[in-house]
Design a protein around this ligand. Structure first.
Ligand SMILES: [Cu+2]
Length: 219
């Protein structure tokens, strides 16, 4: 009885932990603006994060300011936010403060900003055979990308540029991640910054404590 109860408690605690802190392993950015439709998929793998870029339309040769270099794309630090304004995504994801003084080198990622996916893996080059501006599927694994920590791609955004100009963007939505609630303008209230999942965690821990107390009484 004692062992069975202990095993039940451990299983319950494990379940509660799994429910409140899911591992972040999968994210998607779906761009659909300015005639550009593209999906960027991110999956955690042993060597980093596997990235799949699927451009369905919009990146035509006619649109490209520089036809040979095509379109750049990056992970930017902030989400797009209301208004679909790509400017609000801020700078490139660059936790190590590499900057752009020294150009990113495909053979030496130490020179590249973490979010500079185009610099590390190549730009999105228009396909002259596609009237709608679709591209062949692009796939690679990037060892610098991560779902957690300072360099997390979680809660960020993807931006596509045309010779520098931001032309399309979307939030990088990671399964299981709940973004902190934005602080309402004009308030400085600390309660307004409480993460939405904190309440769920509290309820979970209260329920677990009650369950343990109940099991102790029956021992
Ligand atoms: Cu960018």
């Amino acid at each position: 009885m004692l062992f069975k109860t202990a095993a039940t408690l451990l299983a319950f605690a494990g379940l509660a932990a799994a429910q409140t802190t899911p591992e972040l392993t999968h994210g998607v950015a779906k761009i659909n603006m300015n005639n550009v439709t593209a999906t960027f998929t991110f999956d955690k793998v042993a060597g980093g994060v596997n990235v799949t870029v699927n451009v369905a339309s919009g990146l035509t040769e006619a649109l490209a300011i520089n036809k040979t270099s095509g379109f750049e794309y990056h992970v930017h630090v902030s989400p797009v936010g209301p208004g679909n304004n790509c400017t609000s995504t801020g700078a490139h994801l660059d936790p190590l403060k590499i900057g752009t003084a020294t150009p990113c080198d495909k053979s030496n990622f130490a020179l590249c900003q973490e979010g500079d996916l185009a610099g590390k893996h190549g730009n999105l080059i228009p396909d002259s055979s596609s009237q709608v501006g679709a591209l062949s599927l692009i796939q690679y694994t990037d060892a610098q990308l991560t779902f957690t920590g300072d360099g997390a791609i979680t809660g960020r955004s993807i931006v596509i540029h045309n010779n520098g100009t931001r032309i399309a963007c979307a939030d990088l939505v990671v399964d299981g991640y709940v973004a902190p609630a934005p602080t309402p303008l004009g308030t400085g209230s600390s309660t307004s910054t409480t993460k939405p999942n904190s309440a769920a965690k509290l309820v979970g821990s209260v329920a677990l404590t009650g369950f343990v107390a109940l099991m102790m009484m029956t021992l």
